[in-house]
Design a protein around this ligand. Structure first.
Ligand SMILES: *[C@@H]1O[C@H](CO)[C@@H](O)[C@H](O)[C@H]1NC(C)=O
Ligand SMILES: *[C@@H]1O[C@H](CO)[C@@H](O)[C@H](O)[C@H]1NC(C)=O
Ligand SMILES: *[C@@H]1O[C@H](CO)[C@@H](O)[C@H](O)[C@H]1NC(C)=O
Ligand SMILES: *[C@@H]1O[C@H](CO)[C@@H](O)[C@H](O)[C@H]1NC(C)=O
Ligand SMILES: *[C@@H]1O[C@H](CO)[C@@H](O)[C@H](O)[C@H]1NC(C)=O
Ligand SMILES: *[C@@H]1O[C@H](CO)[C@@H](O)[C@H](O)[C@H]1NC(C)=O
Ligand SMILES: *[C@@H]1O[C@H](CO)[C@@H](O)[C@H](O)[C@H]1NC(C)=O
Ligand SMILES: *[C@@H]1O[C@H](CO)[C@@H](O)[C@H](O)[C@H]1NC(C)=O
Ligand SMILES: *[C@@H]1O[C@H](CO)[C@@H](O)[C@H](O)[C@H]1NC(C)=O
Length: 597
């Protein structure tokens, strides 16, 4: 099934971090729009249209007030008769802004999928421009003192020190307490995936369509699958891409997602050894030696962190930094492996600046008097959604340590991934202190059943979460088959999630991408974009067993140039597709770079 091209150099170099909101903030005042239950479009950004849609905050209780969903569309450019309706997007996170995503990628997604669709980004409830927006901190300065902005992209390594997990557990209690204290209007419990699925139906209906068309990346797979399970007869086209296992997600146990992370690292190690020192700066004669050098470097940094001062900022390359730098690179190997190798090689020579400079941000500055809400609430919304979705997690520290011990057997990246569990482990503390009721604040998971049945929506199966043990999860007969996309060595969503989702939705099709990288958007592949286009345009599914190959190489040979390879190998359409794919990939990457403290 592969459309193979020769190696070509990557067309651009992506910084790991850049401001997520650089596209959106400066250009449009969302607070000037009024939310109504219809879509009233106002021109926004460049060539886009924006609208605020009013939806119930609590679908089972209209009196509880409303939420307003920020929506931006890159409009279809076809004639009325060719128009095929909206395709909703979710770029992952959770907590990623769909508005920012479509501002950046609308044109590229239209290039891939076709101009007959409105390409629609929306901020899920709780996120960014949608209200109520989750704010746990009163000001940006307060937040910055709790979570250093310079460590924005970092998961603290639970192996950094003997008490790291205890520290993280204790911090999670503070966050849980802040949420209780500052939950004005009692809204946080409604910031859950099942409610966003209901919002997606409202958005679709407001466009005048009955069935959802959707492309969800990473966490967006949870949203898409939840929608399909709740509204199986409303599935028009649903693509889930970089798929999380539903049971894992809804029980805050992402252990099984980590099973391919080491495989992804191995592609770096093997690729680097094979590429040789010209193409991979960290190369060694064998894979075993590359791996041993990497271990030695990690051990050395753990003992002695490297201080760095640049013209922009200053900080440490310590064990946590190094672990995150490596883990991060695994998301986007075609963009990142060459620079990962350079960073490691320089670090091994005693120069930590290369690695540090790749992710540094300017020192924090703000108007300390400002009380206006700050727009970037990725952490807060990610926390509310993922912990709100989970079966109430009431782990004690001892239980967490046990959990971590199990995780470590599954992946050498458990030290980073384990944070997801730790972060939602505030419930037992709050229970003991009488701050919440057992089925109150934390009960997102239970909410699915409760609100769904009250609203007359049949969630499948109805017992989902009722007894704290989720699953099975799915629907026997969706009105159109899902397209499920999984990479063979995805560092964040192992392909087991794609497989369990295909099993949960009989009739759906699995498209496998034979590559490392997180989601299809991390892999240059005209094979994949062809299947996406066919699915949305004609409803064509890939044949069982279809595997796409990447159109890129991890370590391009040092003397291949962009010009000769593009001229030789790519016709104009394919070059456009590859470039469009890279734009989409970079935007997804920026979402993923926003992390937990
Ligand atoms: C509409 O958009 C598509 C996708 O970007 C593009 O290929 C096509 O040329 C556009 N058509 C018109 C008439 O502008
Ligand atoms: C988490 O999931 C893993 C893998 O499915 C399982 O072995 C483990 O028991 C689960 N842990 C908890 C606390 O449920
Ligand atoms: C370290 O690496 C940086 C960036 O690659 C380079 O600019 C700098 O000159 C190097 N410093 C030393 C002491 O080699
Ligand atoms: C902040 O507010 C205080 C008290 O109102 C005022 O004295 C100070 O000048 C303000 N600072 C800035 C930077 O606006
Ligand atoms: C973390 O520490 C444990 C125990 O010291 C060790 O077994 C494990 O390999 C370490 N993991 C990493 C990623 O360093
Ligand atoms: C945690 O929840 C479980 C199931 O809901 C319950 O059996 C257990 O007693 C709780 N543990 C604590 C420490 O609250
Ligand atoms: C599945 O849905 C289709 C179309 O809605 C219907 O024809 C078919 O009978 C359904 N099958 C089952 C097993 O419900
Ligand atoms: C969709 O089907 C039509 C008619 O069979 C065909 O002309 C077109 O090329 C197909 N589009 C895609 C993207 O496969
Ligand atoms: C450079 O290109 C030449 C000819 O195009 C090729 O034979 C050689 O193997 C290449 N060298 C490297 C390091 O890729």
């Amino acid at each position: 099934m592969a459309l193979s091209t020769g190696p070509f150099k990557l067309l651009a170099v992506t910084a790991l971090i850049s401001s997520l909101h650089v596209f959106a903030d400066s250009e449009f005042q969302w607070n000037k729009l009024k939310a109504t239950d219809k879509l009233n479009w106002t021109p926004c950004y460049s060539g886009l249209q924006c609208s605020l849609l009013e939806v119930p905050l609590d679908y089972s209780s209209p009196a509880a007030g409303t939420a307003s969903i920020a929506i931006a569309r890159y409009p279809a450019n076809c004639s009325k008769s060719e128009y095929r309706g909206p395709i909703l997007l979710n770029p992952g996170g959770p907590g990623g802004s769909g508005v920012d995503y479509v501002v950046e990628t609308g044109a590229s997604i239209a290039t891939v999928i076709g101009g007959q669709f409105d390409i629609v980004g929306f901020d899920p409830r709780g996120v960014s421009y949608s209200t109520p927006t989750v704010y746990l901190f009163k000001t940006e300065a307060e937040r910055a003192l709790w979570m250093k902005p310079s460590l924005k992209f970092v998961y603290p390594s639970l192996n950094q020190s003997a008490d790291a997990i205890a520290q993280q557990w204790a911090r999670a209690q503070i966050i849980g307490q802040l949420a209780v204290n500052r939950n004005e209007g009692n809204y946080i419990q409604h910031i859950t995936t099942d409610n966003t699925a209901r919002d997606m139906l409202r958005i679709t209906e407001a466009f005048g369509f009955e069935k959802l068309q959707y492309w969800g990346i990473s966490y967006g797979s949870v949203l898409g699958s939840t929608f399909a399970a709740m509204f199986p007869d409303k599935v028009g086209r649903v693509v889930v891409d970089g798929v999380l296992d539903m049971e894992a997600w809804f029980s805050a146990n992402l252990t099984r997602e980590m099973t391919d992370t080491d495989k992804a690292l191995q592609t770096f190690i093997d690729g680097c050894a094979a590429a040789g020192p010209d193409a991979c700066a960290f190369s060694a004669p064998s894979s075993g030696e590359v791996a041993a050098n990497l271990d030695a470097l990690s051990a050395s940094i753990k003992t002695q962190p490297a201080p760095v001062i640049t013209s922009l900022s200053y900080g440490l390359v310590d064990y946590t930094f190094l672990r995150n730098f490596i883990f991060d690179s695994l998301y986007t190997p075609y963009d990142s492996f060459v620079s990962l190798a350079q960073g490691l090689a320089d670090l091994a020579r005693g120069n930590a600046t290369t690695m540090y400079a790749a992710t540094e941000v300017p020192p924090f500055e703000c108007d300390c008097n400002s009380t206006t809400p700050f727009h970037d609430n990725f952490f807060e919304s990610a926390w509310a959604i993922s912990c709100g979705d989970a079966t109430p997690e009431n782990d004690t520290l001892a239980q967490l340590q046990e959990f971590y011990a199990v995780e470590q057997k599954l992946s050498s990246f458990a030290d980073l991934w384990g944070n997801w569990r730790v972060f939602c482990s505030y419930v037992s503390f709050l229970l003991q202190n009488g701050k919440i009721e057992a089925r109150g604040f934390q009960g997102g998971g239970n909410c699915i059943v409760r609100t769904a049945s009250k609203a007359g929506v049949s969630f499948n199966p109805p017992s989902f979460h009722a007894h704290g043990s989720p699953g099975p999860f799915g629907a026997p007969n969706t009105s159109f088959p899902l397209l499920v996309i999984g990479n063979t060595a995805d560092s964040v969503t192992s392909i087991t999630g794609a497989k369990s989702t295909v099993d949960a939705f009989p009739g759906s099709a699995l498209l496998t991408i034979d590559s490392p990288g997180h989601t299809s958007t991390a892999v240059p592949s005209t094979c994949v974009s062809g299947y996406l286009r066919q699915y949305f345009q004609n409803g064509t599914l890939p044949a069982p067993g279809t595997v796409c190959q990447p159109d890129g190489v991890l370590f391009p040979s040092a003397n291949a140039t962009t010009e000769d390879v593009t001229a030789r190998e790519l016709d104009a359409r394919r070059a456009d597709l590859i470039e469009a794919g890279r734009t989409i990939g970079r935007a997804v990457r920026r979402v993923a770079a926003q992390r937990y403290p």
